[in-house]
Design a protein. Structure first.
Ligand code: URA
Length: 239
């Protein structure tokens, strides 16, 4: 049994708040009886209608996309730039799918996409411990001390001090004066990795997220995606 407004939101009818408005306005019927009480509970056996149309619970789908640079992590863009949904086939977009968290327009790599609100909420909650691994090509030659700063936490220009993380130099390119860094964080502040690298004086030239939890880019060409297996979904949810 679950609350009617939650059920409607999960069916993809609307947000939970809008569903409450639908219920109180008398647009929702359960087993052909108008229900206006918000606490009403329903089960899979109940027939729920909105404006006389039956709503069915959507199957939950989970994808991992290898996001290329040059796509907005959103379902729409007011400036009409390409969005990550443009990379999905029509048949895979029949559900109201959306990205879990964000990757910058200029960042490539692992992006989870789903229509499961609970999954998305859990993974984007500030204190959820899912690891996010990045590979960053940065300007200049990064010293051991600077790596230590990253690991201990740095103060971003926003004033936020980052939590301890894992960081290491993968390789240094003396000729081009750049360093390849591997950084694993558990947080997801806006532009966090770019701001962390700015904070140690090494702006990012190129950024790729190579892993979220147990999900990597393995076998997924740039711009392509695959469905997650159910055990992968369970693992990343920590069950
Ligand atoms: N950190 C960033 O700076 N950008 C991203 O897209 C993801 C993490």
């Amino acid at each position: 049994m679950e609350r009617l407004q939650k059920y409607l939101a999960e069916c993809g009818v609307s947000s939970r708040r809008k569903a409450e408005e639908l219920i109180t306005s008398g647009a929702v019927m359960v087993n052909d009886v108008i229900v206006t009480e918000l606490g009403t509970k329903v089960s899979a056996n109940d027939v729920v209608k909105v404006n006389n149309v039956i709503v069915d619970k959507e199957e939950h789908v989970y994808y991992v996309l290898n996001k290329p640079v040059g796509y907005i992590t959103s379902v729409k863009d007011e400036k009409n730039r390409p969005t990550i949904l443009d990379l999905f086939e029509e048949n895979d977009k029949k559900y109201r799918i959306y990205p879990v968290g964000r990757l910058d327009y200029d960042t490539a790599g692992v992006l989870l996409v789903t229509n499961d609100g609970a999954f998305s909420n859990k993974l984007t909650k500030a204190n959820y411990e899912v690891e996010k691994e990045y590979v960053a090509r940065v300007e200049g030659l990064v010293t051991k001390l600077e790596v230590l700063d990253l690991k201990r936490g740095v103060t971003l220009k926003t004033g936020y001090k980052t939590k301890p993380c894992n960081a290491k130099v993968v390789s240094s390119d003396k000729r081009n004066n750049t360093t390849l860094l591997n950084i694993i964080i558990h947080e997801g502040k806006n532009h966090q990795v770019r701001l962390m690298c700015d904070a140690i004086g090494h702006p990012v030239k190129k950024l790729t997220r190579v892993r979220v939890g147990n999900i990597t880019l393995e076998g997924i060409p740039k711009g392509c995606y695959r469905r997650l297996k159910i055990h992968e979904v369970k693992e990343i949810m920590g069950r």
